[in-house]
Design a protein around this ligand. Sequence first.
Ligand code: BG6
Length: 464
Amino acid sequence: MDKNFLWGGATASYQCEGAWDVDEKAPSMWDVYLHENNLENGDVASDHYHHYEEDIRMMAEGGQNSYRFSLSWPRIIKNKNGDVNQKGLDFYHGILDACEKYGIEPFVTLYHWDLPQYWEETGGWLNHEVCGAFEHYAKVCYEAFGDKIRNWTTFNEPKWFVVNGYMIGNYPPGLQDPQKTMIAAYNVMYASALGVRVFRAGNYPGQIGIVHSYTPVNGVDDSIETKIAMRYADNYCNNWILDTAALGEFPIDLISVLAKDYDISFISTKELEIIKENTVDFIGLNYYSRTLVKPYTGGETQLSFNHTGKKGESKVLIKNWFEQVKDPNNETTEWDTEIYPKGLEDGLIEAYQRYHLPIYVTENGVGVREDVTVDEVKDEYRISFMNDHINAIMNAQDAGCDIRGYYAWSSFDLYSWKNGCEKRYGLVAVDFENGQTRAPKASYHWFKDVIASQGELIKRRNFN
Ligand code: BG6
């Protein structure tokens, strides 16, 4: 690996900070949704709010040179008038100063799903006004932290939070409405372009990108029907985010298909021009698995996700478009995520050929139930998972792709959107029940050695 390659871990504000109502932080939509529905919440999570110095020191001691984290909009902006919470800014200055002290390059996401509840109450991402509010929030952040941050991203995973929130209904605001899904998707992509525009207008140093939940698409065979199903799946899973952010255009075949059944009058020509003119400098790809599809065979649209950690509960079928299938030959996690590192290699090559932009792998990891009361968690499965995915990145680099960083999800154990603190991803174990103590797992030490060797320690194989 190049000496400038960024090696680190990633987190998100809601999932790790805790301190949900301190120092004048406003509630986020997740605070309210989880409280109202009596679900496990991130009120305390990993209490990063009070442990960030220790967490960042451990990153540096683990040989990492970068930390990807998100800023919390409701911690920084107090209300719909856009008033700034100085205490929120101070908290992130503390994190950024700790990064500086320990030689860690910050890689910062503006929005990792914690919309302020005061905006959710006006319709959230269905309210076009929220796009302008995001632009204001972004500008406040660029002004406050512009001299400390060189790597910005607007949104984390538009596909994931829009589809789960507006179509499947398992994330706030809990809707199941395709028309509203489209409006939210459009508003988010427009807001992202506004975030890029105001970044460029201010001449802030550094670069700006977007982070996508990348599931490269494979088909069950080479038939024309399967190829059509693959295109539908790619538009649904990937293209409406990546084409729009990187090329400045929503996929035209997706729009024309949607226009037959839905009202698309919310799309404005003037805003499409803004999207066209404000494309990103790089793309961040979060990779957990691929999407394997076959042609649609019948039935109503069905989208269900595994929220229990008991295998066999997920299903994706979109009427007239495609059906997702499982490859019985591959291992899956308890949450039905197929372990398929080849998908990362193929996907990186495809994305690089398509967008010709630098790529960062902004999340990659495996969620499991783990006993953290032992001296050291011996997470050999995580080591093997990370080895094979870093191997996939190296193979893609050998094929000519410009890949500049790798972030393990997650830097330390944190709150998962599925099964809360039970589903662990961290390189560092957090004992949530006993004083939030931190202890490196075997994967943390392994990752340190891999970084020190600049990837030479990775056991290489050719997936083809
Ligand atoms: C990504 C998100 O989708 O996957 C993270 O950016 C998330 O926020 C991660 O935690 C793992 O997903 P989950 O649902 O297992 O927490």
